[in-house]
Design a protein around this ligand. Structure first.
Ligand code: FMN
Ligand code: SF4
Length: 664
């Protein structure tokens, strides 16, 4: 079987043979570089873990080739030319360890951000042409000089030579993709230069064309040079993308121009195209949230590129369904399957597919909380569902020296993670859940069709717990007396949270529910629904009910929906979908009364009545910590976790549980 599985057939890029079709998609090694521009030890361990997991080719995250031009701040990413010796020390160890597992590795090289850079990372604002910054419009970018463009090209050459010397098997140029500086040169929307780098498509492509020619001249024709390439931009305007299926005027690259560009770039010497879609102005395309509601997000683009060029085509975009990946290869939609976030969530995915252990693959949630969202807060690359991501050596689990009897109270994600990790380390663990199912608030939260990854995470926990000796007792609400009788060595309280019911006059005048009730049983909602609270739960429920044919009115007391803390690509896509699908949103508005005909609201336009037949509360959750308060002073080692400690997202439920259980 394995011999005929196309996923595990070798393939070559130029003369480099890759043992299977799985490629680790490039992901910025943010925070995993030192001040000299070298890979940190955590980065080396992180890549070695993915090589050990069976991936055929690793493409590193972006590394700036001429950091002085944009003033790239140290530690953000590796910088091969900053201190080549320091870079070599780290990179040689990196390539040695990856090669030990039979994997290949390309270094991704970038010309930086241009218009799309934040001032915390790129301190000198430049762009192809003068323009206001994507994120901070008060910052004006000046046009790059011709001399600086040629310095960048020389930086690519020097970096490629350093990569070759370090043992990298090739490089990937970053990027005619995502609206980075190099991409901005290729798009008329950002480039109105009058010199040889502006004007016709050929002129706008001159920068990436010169890069590949110069690298080939310096490193030899056989040294592979791949290109990250977004076939289509999905730009409606600055800072405004188009949602899937939307009819709009493309201000960036449309498919026709993209295919013409692909042919020119391959003719210039690129050996592989690594295809996706989007720009920083339509950012959810490059960093797809769960709201796409499907896997294989870029296959429609890679399919067209493959028909246009004769070099290998790589495609990522939620390709973690092995059946879909296999079919894409068989259909000729791509030659290699990129895995970005799925390899953050589970580094062993390729080996698990090969060994037919797909139930053991921990799914990525497309939440961006631990990866892109963490960057935005100044944190390092990691993963919400895999706390060891990016700290593989430091967080490796070790057997407990003192094996304890551990009682875990609460079978939500925090309780399950604590039980799983404690049991792996050799503790004797009993898990008690008062309801009839494990999962807690993720059960209702995972009900909308676009939340299938959340449902898969719960299935994964069931599987993972089944691989341990954890004793699970459902339908049992444990008391302080029970704990005293068991006399455990340690107690972990993860009793979750309960929905907040706001004290609104007239409550019950018409059918009124909590969001979790309607998420579990959408038939409860009548044709016209008011959802009180437009945080994540209310907004997701609103979108789902709208798709089920209800008229939905979202009422939000603050001036912004989604609470303001979500990763921007997820928040932007959900907001755009709510608008595109005509969900009515009232900001800075309060419900003052529920009447027999609907609700009375007070907002910027004053007080008025709105006819609805159902009211749904989505105003948040309150920690359920009564048991904790009863036992916290008892003479037993005890810990409080998850929503019971502080209502928060899945990531912190898992991370806190992992931290406690790996040190128990
Ligand atoms: C944390 C993170 C960092 C990324 N950094 C890069 C990068 O440095 N270069 C690049 O070409 N793409 C980058 N990407 C995009 C990924 O390569 C990939 O196209 C995207 O995540 C979709 O694929 P996936 O669903 O397999 O994650 C990044 C994605 C993530 C999640
Ligand atoms: S943080 Fe979320 S989106 Fe990022 S890899 Fe982990 S599960 Fe996936």
């Amino acid at each position: 079987m394995i011999a005929t599985d196309i996923l595990f057939q070798p393939i070559s890029i130029r003369n480099v043979e890759i043992k299977n079709r799985y490629v680790m998609a490039p992901m910025g090694n943010v925070g995993h570089a030192d001040a000299q521009g070298a890979f940190s030890q955590s980065a080396v361990d992180y890549f070695a873990a993915r090589a050990r997991g069976g991936v055929g080719l690793i493409i590193t995250g972006l590394c700036d080739v001429a950091p002085h031009i944009e003033g790239i701040t140290p530690c953000h990413m590796p910088l091969p030319t900053l201190n080549p010796n320091a870079f070599l020390y780290s990179a040689i160890e990196l390539t040695e360890r990856v090669h030990a597992w039979g994997s290949k590795i390309f270094l991704q090289l970038t010309a930086g951000f241009g218009y799309s850079g934040k001032s915390t990372v790129a301190t000198k604002p430049v762009a192809p042409s003068p323009i206001a910054n994507r994120w901070q419009p008060e910052i004006e970018h000046r046009a790059l000089t011709r001399s600086e463009i040629y310095q960048f090209i020389e930086g690519f050459v020097q970096s490629a030579k350093i990569a070759q010397k370090s043992g990298f098997d090739g490089v990937e140029i970053h990027a005619v993709h995502e609206g980075y500086l190099l991409d901005q040169f290729t798009l008329a929307f950002y480039n109105n230069r009058q010199d040889e780098f502006g004007g016709s498509l050929e002129a706008r492509l001159k920068f990436p064309v010169e890069i590949v020619k110069a690298i080939k001249a310096a490193c030899g024709d056989d040294f592979p040079v791949a290109l990250r390439f977004s076939l289509k931009s999905f730009i409606k305007d600055h800072r405004q993308g188009a949602v899937p299926g939307e009819v709009f005027e493309e201000k960036g690259r449309d498919v026709a121009e993209g295919l013409a560009a692909a042919k020119i770039l391959v003719a210039a010497g690129y050996d592989a195209l690594d295809v996706d879609a989007g720009t920083y102005d339509s950012w959810y395309w490059n960093h797809p949230p769960m709201y796409f509601g499907k896997k294989g997000i870029y296959l429609e683009f890679s399919r067209q590129v493959k028909q246009a060029v004769d070099v290998p085509v790589i495609v990522a975009g939620r390709m973690d369904d092995d059946q879909l990946a296999r079919q894409a290869l068989l259909n000729g939609d791509c030659d290699l399957v990129g895995l970005g976030r799925p390899l953050l969530a589970d580094p062993d995915l390729p080996n698990k597919v090969r060994l037919n252990q797909t139930a053991a693959i921990r799914p990525c949630l497309s939440c961006h909380e631990g990866c892109m969202g963490r960057f935005a807060r100044g944190g390092r690359l990691s993963c919400a569902v895999n706390p060891a991501c990016g700290r593989e050596a430091a967080f490796a689990l070790s057997p407990a020296l003192n094996k304890k009897q551990v009682v875990v109270v609460g079978g939500g994600v925090a309780g399950m993670e604590a039980a799983r990790v404690a049991a792996i380390r050799g503790h004797r663990v009993s898990l008690y859940e008062k309801s009839g199912a494990l999962g807690g608030v993720v059960i209702p939260g995972g009900m909308p069709p676009f939340k299938s990854d959340d449902r898969d995470l719960l299935k994964w926990y069931q599987h993972a717990l089944g691989e341990t000796d954890v004793q699970i007792t459902l339908n049992h609400e444990i008391t302080r007396e029970d704990i005293c009788a068991i006399q455990p060595d340690a107690v972990i309280i993860a009793t979750g949270s309960t929905p907040v019911i706001p004290p609104i006059k007239g409550h019950g005048s018409i059918p009124t529910y909590c969001a979790s009730e309607v998420l579990m049983q959408t038939e409860l909602a009548g044709p016209r629904v008011a959802i009180v609270g437009a945080g994540l739960v209310g907004a997701e429920l609103g979108l789902w009910l709208k798709r089920l044919g209800r008229t939905v009115i979202l009422i939000e007391a603050s001036d912004k929906i989604l609470g303001g803390g979500m990763p921007v690509m997820n928040a932007d896509m959900l907001t755009d979908l709510l608008h595109y699908e005509y969900v009515e949103i009232h900001r800075e508005t309060r419900v003052t009364e529920i009447t027999p005909r609907g609700i009375r609201i007070v907002g910027p336009e004053g007080e008025r009545d709105v006819n609805v037949d159902t009211v749904v509360y989505a105003v948040g959750y309150r920690s359920e910590n009564r048991l904790w308060n009863e036992i916290k002073a008892d003479a037993v080692e005890s810990y409080l976790l998850g929503d019971a400690k502080r209502v928060n997202n899945i990531m912190y439920a898992i991370w806190d549980a992992f931290e406690i259980a790996r040190n128990l």
